[in-house]
Design a binder for this molecule. Structure first.
Ligand code: ERO
Length: 308
């Protein structure tokens, strides 16, 4: 079966990625990802200018049907991740970056531009858990302003991480902004922002930051993730690839993401639930589905979802 694809000049030998934020914050976690042969690439935890401890704990909670997190962007600071991605790796890397202000984003990306790093960079415009900060990509004009400034100097492969949208007009509006820029990819979705999980027995929230509000992931967000992959694939220039993230627990979910137009597919919550062995299971399940359908390559069905 042919699982290979190229993105931003890099060759990915498998469609699987780790979702930024999951098992990719420390040197040990990143080394673990290098050892997962079914992973096509490695995405770093979103990096900020300064290292951050993140929000108070408990800040992650596992549910039967997914997860809720309010991590608060804990990371070792962009120098650590920029050093990491400039080292030799068997797989392509995607350097995820985030800023607490437009100025931070510009400063960070100027450092990346000035570095010897030739891999992909992904600007996270959708973190829902930085207390007091909005999810940038819900503000279309600010998103246009940021991308205009970024592309006035950034010439390396760049994608953006988007929050989920829930209104067809919003899909039109964000696509109208993104289509004006030479983006390599769009990674959709980030967690579904500001959900709330209640422990009825304790009559209490389950996470400490923000009164229990946090980003939702896992099985419960799959329909939202598929809708965003599909809607953006239908609206974005073919030159902008879609990385599908959200709700993947089985090979069928991976197949669905690709059928909706995803080139690569990230797994987050399920890695926490099952461990890094999940990638071998997903690859086997996807392969079995493809063989049963007579497909030999992801191109045979990518973006070919049928409507009625
Ligand atoms: C980078 C911050 C993010 C975080 C976080 O660090 O709280 N959680 C998410 O679900 N998505 C994010 O983008």
């Amino acid at each position: 079966l042919n699982f290979t694809s190229t993105l931003g000049g890099q060759t990915f030998n498998s469609p699987f990625l780790n979702a930024s934020g999951i098992h990719c914050q420390t040197a040990e976690e990143l080394a673990d990802l290098e050892g997962v042969k079914e992973l096509g690439g490695i995405v770093t935890k979103s990096a900020t200018l300064e290292a951050r401890a993140g929000n108070d704990k408990p800040r992650y909670y596992d549910l039967a049907y997914g997860s809720i997190n309010s991590m608060g962007l804990p990371n070792s600071g962009y120098n650590f991740y920029l050093d990491y991605v400039q080292k030799e790796h068997a797989k392509p890397t995607i350097l995820s970056v985030a800023g607490l202000s437009v100025a931070d984003v510009i400063k960070l990306l100027k450092e990346v531009q000035a570095s010897d790093y030739q891999g992909l960079t992904e600007l996270n415009l959708s973190c829902p858990n930085v207390i007091g900060e909005p999810q940038t990509a819900y503000d279309f004009e600010t998103t246009r302003k940021v991308l205009t400034e970024v592309f006035s100097f950034f010439t390396k492969p760049l994608g953006v991480k988007l929050p989920p949208y829930f209104d067809l007009v919003h899909f039109d509006q964000i696509a109208a902004v993104l289509n004006d820029f030479p983006l390599t990819h769009v990674n959709t979705i980030n967690s579904v922002g500001n959900g709330l999980v209640v422990d009825v027995e304790k009559e209490q929230v389950v996470t400490k930051p923000k009164g229990g509000f946090g980003g939702l992931g896992g099985a419960m967000v799959l329909p939202t993730a598929l809708a965003n992959v599909r809607a953006l694939r239908q609206r974005l220039n073919p030159s902008i690839a879609i990385l599908g993230t959200g709700g993947v627990t089985t090979g069928a979910d991976v197949f669905a993401h690709i059928l909706c137009g995803a080139q690569l597919v990230s797994v987050g919550t399920q890695v926490i639930k099952e461990g890094l062995g999940v990638y071998a299971r997903l690859e086997k399940e996807l392969s079995d589905i493809m063989e049963a359908k007579g497909y030999t390559s992801l191109e045979d069905f990518r973006g070919k979802l049928q409507v009625m």
